[in-house]
Each structure stands twice: as C-alpha cells, then as structure tokens.
Design a protein around this ligand. Structure first.
Ligand code: SF4
Length: 331
C-alpha cells in the first residue's frame, strides 16, 4: 500500500441493510480501493439520526447489519478501517467549527438536501438535517481524506466539504486537504422510476434470499408497451435490462436483441436476471453467515477500527486547534 497516495473516506448511514444500489454505486469499488489506499469506512449512525432520530434501536441494530454487509461483500478489516461515527467525538467538534463558515441559505440551496426534504415531505427542516453536509465535511476532514467514493447525489455535499476545508485553510493554516469525489454507477430501482432506494421500497437487499430476489423481480416494472410475449420491447427503458447489463453483461446483447424482437418473455427475462443476481450474492451470503457465527470477532473489528480512527481524529484536532490558536493546554 502506497501511503503517499490518496486517503479514502467512505461509508453509509446506518438506517437498515444495504442493497444492490449500494453495491453498484460504491461497495464494489471500495473492495478494490482498499487494496491500494488507506481506507476509512464510516458507519454513520449520527447522520442516521437526521432522519431516524426517533428510532435509535433501528440505528443501533443497523450498525451491526451494515458491518455484516461490508464484511460480506469483501471489505477486509485488515485493509480498511471500519469505525462508528458517534464514537469519535472529534468529528462532532469539527462539525461545530465548520458550521461557523457556512450560511443557512447555502445549505438550504443544496439540491440533495432540497430533494430529500421534498421526498420526505418535510415542510420545515431540522437543524441537524440541514447541517448534514457540514457533518459530512467533518467526517472527511478528520482523517484528511482526499478521495470520497460516493453516489452522484453526494456531489453537492462534497462540494460543500471542499469549500469548508478551503475556508478553514485560508483563515488559519493549510492543515486540511481538499477532497475529490469518485462517483460510482447509479442503479435504477425495481419500480423503474428512481434510483434503487430502501425508502422507496424498490430495492433488493444484499442479504435477500434467492427466492426473495426472484419474487422482487417478478414485480419489477418492464417496458409497458409489451403486452404480449411477441410484442417488440425497448430494453433501454426497462430496469431489468439494466440488471442484465450490470450483473451478466456477457448475455446483455442477446437479451437486448430478444427483447427488441419480441422473442423472449418478460417472465423468462426476469428469471435470468434473478439468476445472475443470485450468482453475485451467493458468496456474500456465505461470508455473511460465517461472520454471523462470530459475533465477538465482528465486535472486535469495530472496536479496533474505531480505536484507530479516534487516534487519527485526536491528532487532527490538535492540529486544527493549533492552527486556530485555541490549543490552550493538554488535558
Ligand atoms: S424482455 Fe426483459 S428487458 Fe425486455 S421489457 Fe421484458 S423484462 Fe425488460
């Protein structure tokens, strides 16, 4: 591992199990990146509170479930540092400092915040919800991350992080690096409307059983113009075809031709897509089951990762305080 290269910070809000959209958007690239870069993976339980503050038990359970998801897809705790956000108080400290350099209007105009508030039907915004990008900037800055693998919807947040870091460096001293985003692919949901998302109910969980995968696909939207099996279809507007492309690309051309010519039925096409997804998920299920038998080891992975992240956070905050002239004494 070349320690002079980028430092990666990535992670997920712990609001439930991860799904195929997470895998395509970010998890699979993390599995590659961990071999090459120092990688921090954040279990964002504080950011889960921004929308689930009234369900703390769900958040705590999700920390465990998401950790299992990470290990299942191949995140290696000997290569990547897995840690729990709320156990690093320095992140909260840095969030407060960053919050001095950004206006409420700037946050209100963040398109991702606006879209999520609209989707959730929020008529007024909680302070924590509005401040999500500030908290994310602190996640990135505490470990001096330079590269953030994330979905496209995170671009405005990373832009905010870049601005906050730049402002800090201009005001005090050049202590914090400016991060870049590494965007992953976007996976459409089963409803054919938006991206795959747990809250939209259009997702296939990474932990789904083989039958569940097929059952979910049975209900997936297809080209609505196809009424009869022999009707020519347009695979380019069908979410199932996107799954073929992503999960069994070698057959995608044939599926495209068969759909366009009306020589394959949607039911058969979905069966093939389900088989491809199940092939992908099979080793994840096996690894997950294995880790489920070793609860103590999973806990130890989180303790050790959080300990390492905390050490780095303390060092960064000393530099931050030094730069700001508020490092009064050591306690
Ligand atoms: S045949 Fe396949 S790609 Fe074509 S519309 Fe049906 S499910 Fe979609």
């Amino acid at each position: 591992m070349n320690m002079n290269k980028d430092i990666i910070l990535t992670g997920d809000r712990t609001t439930g199990q991860l799904h195929l959209g997470h895998y395509v958007g970010s998890l699979r690239s993390r599995v590659q990146l961990q071999n090459e870069y120092k990688t921090y993976i954040l279990l964002a339980d504080i950011q889960a509170l921004t929308t689930h503050y009234d369900q703390p038990e769900l958040i705590a359970d999700s920390v465990h479930q998401v950790t299992l998801d990470y290990l299942a897809v191949g995140i290696d705790p000997n290569k990547a540092t897995l840690f729990i956000q709320s156990m690093i108080p320095e992140i909260a400290e840095l969030t407060v400092i960053f919050s001095m350099f950004i206006t409420v209007n700037n946050l209100r105009h963040n398109p991702t915040i606006k879209n999520e508030a609209r989707d959730r039907g929020y008529t007024d915004l909680y302070y924590g919800f509005l401040g999500y990008p500030v908290s994310q900037a602190a996640d990135i800055a505490f470990c001096k991350a330079t590269l953030v693998p994330a979905g496209e919807d995170q671009i405005p947040h990373i832009e905010t992080a870049r601005k906050l870091v730049r402002r800090f460096n201009e005001l005090y001293a050049p202590v914090l690096p400016e991060p870049r985003i590494l965007t992953g692919e976007r996976l459409g949901g089963l409803d054919g409307i938006g991206k795959m998302s747990k809250s939209m109910g259009n997702a296939i969980s990474l932990n789904a059983r083989p039958d569940d995968v097929h059952a979910k696909l049975t209900k997936a939207k297809t080209d609505p113009a196809r009424i009869h099996r022999s009707d020519p279809g347009n695979p380019n507007i069908c979410p199932v075809f996107a799954y073929h492309q992503l999960f069994r690309n070698e057959n995608a051309e044939e599926i495209h031709a068969n759909c366009s010519q009306g020589t394959i039925g949607c039911r058969d096409c979905k069966q093939l897509a389900g088989n491809a997804i199940n092939e992908l998920l099979a080793p994840f299920r096996a690894r997950r089951q294995d880790y489920e038998q070793r609860e103590d080891e999973v806990k130890e992975i989180l303790i050790e990762g959080t300990r390492q992240a905390r050490k780095v956070a303390r060092e960064t905050m000393l530099e931050v305080r030094e730069a700001m002239g508020i490092r009064y004494f050591n306690l």
